[in-house]
Design a protein around this ligand. Structure first.
Ligand code: GDP
Length: 613
């Protein structure tokens, strides 16, 4: 077989050599690995019948196709694998309990509340917290730290349950997308007066995909017209069959507003956990877990709520969370009390990190500060490289446009800054789900927690990006720099508003579509020859009107004999005019085009932009 060649240039042949690429790599990344020109890989893909730009992130299948074509062995490395390899190089294993069976001790289930908007998720989380918070001094005010633990009694035993208290299931999705499984059980809230709705199904599918058992809370049973039986029937279609109908799913009828049956719901969670899951962890080892929420606090610096999944986290421990690290200076629980240690399934607010980690980032305790710093720095470097690769992509995309004249891709570059990692990630994943057709690409160059900084503005200026500030503002000289550089910085406090505006912007960026609109037709009655102007058509306007400087085509016996002509001159008697209407006579000059005959028809038209729907 011949090596693929583009424009006479032979591409490298792999001879079965292995190429390691990160999941979601682009043809440019591939080209870099094998020392080829990205444009030539684009051409190879075109020959294979796939139109891909050099910089867009492509599927595993596409990478495989390309590797096969050029005789390389492809190895796709997921971000999780990359991270595992990094930790391995420090002799650290993440995600497994140490010490085998004997070391394991039962731990509370971790629960996420999901469901359609307005079905009562927030209200339910409030109701549960109010009635059952562990410890909780008399009249003590609870803190929103992104998670809390409650105590309940089941069969005479005290049992604890941990709730993730971040709005909606966006956080759940974002965390799942990053492979950080944080939830043991999902409570699916369905309002009994509204029934199963689109986001109910979406939530249900997320839980199923993550292999998380579901307990259904049929809410708002206090409302007139509530029909809990109907909800059970509807959910049967989605494979959730109530226990009372012989299925395996527990349904509990509740009123979050009146605090009705909240205890039964908690009991159902515990029973489901006992029946379906084996929730145990080793409390003795170095702590590991995930970050649920993180933000920058004016007084306290970077604060993160972490959920301990195994081991025990203690004040004074050295930890790495994503690309943040530090020594735990203090820990607060969900009631705002300081605590010295936190065991499996316990959420705590941690102070002492160098910077703000992302929601879903894993955390682990290590022996030495130096190890923590090195892991964090390596991760940060990888993030930076990825961001750099993305911003560099734009430049090469423009070069590519010259290569690929047809089917150019336009893209909108965004930088997102927000007040908390949860909201930033929710925003990012919602934006990436926007579907505005294939011609437009949305790329998030950078996202982070905190104010809009000069660095953000510089990055935006260098890559024509728009900056979105979500519940944050610009700091220091960032505003004046943005003005000077002409960078668009937009501030929002409602997620849906961001999504609406970006969607509108993307639609605006779509190339306009034009349609042809006929303006008028003129029949040639006579042909005059002018030494200065060439042939002039003496015409009668048959329909519509003929305007100067519009497009025209020439028809002879009903067939088009010339396209793309221009009405260059238009006269009535001796006067130049701009238009002549139906029924009137005049003279038309078609510029250089002289091949006109009596009885030919000149049809004029213009291209009008089609409104998008
Ligand atoms: P979310 O969007 O799922 O978080 O829904 P919310 O918790 O914000 O609740 C939406 C609306 O329904 C609010 O006005 C709540 O007060 C109301 N609501 C929630 N639970 C109940 C309930 O059990 N009974 C009644 N009557 N109203 C409820």
């Amino acid at each position: 077989m011949q090596a693929p060649s583009v424009g006479g240039v032979l591409l490298p042949r792999g001879n079965g050599d292995t190429v390691r690429l990160s999941r979601g790599a682009s043809l440019t990344d591939f080209a870099e690995k094998i020392g080829a020109n990205p444009a030539s890989l684009v051409q190879v893909m075109l020959n294979l019948g796939e139109m891909v730009t050099a910089t867009q992130s492509v599927s595993d299948d596409t990478l495989q196709l390309l590797a096969d074509e050029m005789n390389y062995t492809l190895q796709i490395v997921s971000p999780e694998e990359e991270d595992r390899e990094l930790l391995e190089s420090f002799d650290i294993e993440f995600g497994e309990n140490e010490g085998g069976e004997e070391a394991l001790v039962a731990r509370p289930p971790v629960v996420t509340v999901m469901g359609h908007v307005d079905h009562g998720k927030t209200r339910l989380l409030d109701a549960i917290r109010k009635t059952n918070v562990v410890a909780g001094e008399a009249g003590g005010i609870t803190q929103h730290i992104g998670a809390y633990q409650v105590a309940t009694e089941v069969n005479g035993e005290h049992r604890a349950i941990t709730f993730i208290d971040t709005p909606g299931h966006e956080a759940f999705t974002a965390m799942r997308a990053r492979g950080a499984k944080s939830t043991d059980i999902a409570i699916l809230v369905v309002a009994a007066n509204d029934g199963v709705m689109p986001q109910t199904i979406e939530a249900l599918n997320h839980a199923k995909a993550a292999d998380v058992p579901i307990v259904v809370a049929v809410n708002k049973i206090d409302v007139e017209g509530a029909d809990p039986t109907k909800v059970r029937g509807q959910l049967t279609e989605f494979g959730l069959v109530a226990e009372e109908y012989g299925g395996e799913t527990m349904f509990v009828d509740i009123s979050a507003k009146q605090g009705l049956n909240i205890d039964s719901l908690l009991e159902a969670v515990v029973l489901t956990a006992d029946a379906a899951l084996d929730l145990r962890a080793n409390p003795e080892q170095d702590a590991q877990g995930i970050a649920i929420e993180a933000h920058l606090d004016r007084g306290r610096g970077a604060v993160a709520t972490v959920l301990v999944q195994r081991g025990t986290l203690r004040v004074g421990d050295t930890m790495v969370v994503g690309d943040a690290y530090g020594r735990v200076r203090a820990m607060l629980d969900d009631t705002g009390n300081t605590v010295d240690e936190a065991g499996p399934s316990t959420p705590v607010l941690v102070l002492g990190l160098t910077n703000v980690p992302g929601a879903g980032d894993n955390f682990l305790v290590v022996d030495e500060d130096r190890t923590a710093r090195q892991i964090a720095e390596k991760r940060a470097a990888r993030e930076r490289n990825a961001a750099f690769a993305k911003s560099r992509r734009r430049v090469s995309l423009e070069d590519l446009d010259k290569v690929l004249k047809a089917g150019e891709v336009q893209q909108l570059n965004l930088i997102i800054k927000g007040d908390a990692s949860g909201s930033v990630e929710a925003l990012e994943s919602s934006l990436l789900q926007l579907d505005v057709g294939e011609d437009v690409d949305l790329r998030i160059l950078h996202r982070g927690v905190g104010a809009v900084t000069e660095t953000d503005v510089t990055l935006a200026a260098g890559s024509d990006a728009i900056i979105i500030g979500f519940n944050v503002r610009a700091e220091g000289r960032a505003t004046s720099l943005a003005e000077r550089e002409g960078v668009d910085v937009r501030y929002y406090s409602v997620i849906y508003q961001v999504i609406d505006e970006i969607e509108a912007a993307l639609k605006g960026m779509l190339k306009p579509e034009y349609e042809e609109v006929e303006l008028g037709t003129a029949e040639i009655r006579e042909v005059f020859r002018s030494s200065k102007l060439g042939n002039i058509a003496g015409v009668l306007i048959r329909s519509g009107e003929v305007k100067r400087n519009t497009k025209a085509r020439l028809l002879r016996d009903g067939k088009v004999v010339a396209e793309n002509l221009n009405i260059e001159g238009l006269r009535r008697f001796k006067d130049d005019v701009t238009e002549i209407r139906e029924g009137f006579e005049g003279g038309i000059n078609l510029g250089n085009y002289n091949d006109i005959k009596i009885d030919d028809v000149i049809a004029t038209y213009e291209m009008r932009e089609k409104p998008r729907v």
